[in-house]
Design a protein around this ligand. Structure first.
Ligand code: SAM
Length: 260
């Protein structure tokens, strides 16, 4: 697992990159270096290039980068084409023709599921506890908000660097009026590592596994909301040995839906 972070900034960086780097260095209190030389296995380096924040680390002894993108690439492409009727997530969270639930995505990760829910018209409050993942996602959300095609979607997404285990009951008792808690904890990968996408392998190096996923479901089930939805890989056991009210299956995963 990665446990040490630094910031890298070229001495020739432009004004915007320097400004963003200094701000982040101040927030993180971490060292700024001018090159990626001597990167060790347990280290990762944040790097700004203008507005884009990425993380560099060693994967199989090779330098690899991770950047979240909600506009371009595979997920941007998919999200653009969200069909209100056929997205299984719409069914799982209980969207109706004139009703869009307000969702707490308690395991925000790369923000992909939250983006789809926002594109369906839901307000989504996202909680992410891993600091590095939070920073990358926050940067992706800022770029989403700057894109004129997506800024109205970005307005529906709010992100906080919180551990949902300790904040769910507080948030759902506030005037936030959360209808649905959405959970998608990490699941141990069963495929051979070479087959898993590089992006997901880097993500796992950062986050590890979520050994407290059972407790998270138990906490969510006690919260003041209408339903709790858990995304699970196909064939995975239910969380906390709690059988859902019903299941909705997709090609590679399923949703366990707990109606309250
Ligand atoms: C599988 S990823 C979620 C992927 C996400 N659904 C997406 O579409 O990109 C799980 C994420 O949940 C976060 N997480 C797990 N337990 C959490 C908790 N108790 N509070 C906040 N974040 C949590 C992990 O740090 C990780 O980033």
């Amino acid at each position: 697992m990665i446990n040490h972070f630094k910031l890298v900034c070229s001495p020739d960086a432009n004004e915007l990159t320097l400004k963003n780097t200094q701000l982040l260095a101040h927030q993180l209190g971490c060292e700024v270096v001018d090159s990626l030389a001597l990167l060790k296995a347990e280290e990762a380096y944040f790097q700004y290039l203008d507005n884009d924040l990425s993380l560099s680390l060693l994967l199989d002894d090779k330098l690899s980068d991770l950047k979240f993108d909600l506009v371009d690439g595979e997920i941007g492409f998919r999200a653009c084409r969200v069909s209100k009727s056929n997205e299984v997530v719409a069914k799982a969270i209980g969207c109706k023709p004139h009703y869009r639930p307000k969702v707490l995505d308690a395991t925000a990760g790369m923000g992909r599921d939250a983006l789809v829910m926002a594109m369906l018209g839901c307000q989504v409050l996202m909680h992410e506890r891993n600091r590095a993942v939070y920073l990358l996602l926050n940067n992706a959300l800022q770029r989403l908000a700057q894109n004129t095609n997506f800024n109205s979607i970005a307005e529906r997404l709010k992100l906080a660097n919180n551990n949902s285990l300790t904040t769910i009951s507080h948030i759902t008792n506030q005037a936030e009026n959360i209808d649905v808690i959405y959970l998608d904890p990490m699941f141990p990968e069963r495929k051979k590592s070479a087959l898993v996408k590089k992006e997901m392998r880097i993500f796992k190096l950062l986050v590890g596994e979520d050994p407290d996923a059972n407790e998270l479901l138990e906490e969510a089930l006690q919260a003041n909301v209408k339903r709790v939805v858990v995304k699970r890989p196909k064939g995975a056991p239910v969380l906390a040995e709690k059988n859902p009210s019903h299941e909705i299956t997709a090609k590679k995963f399923r949703y366990d839906v707990y109606l309250k």
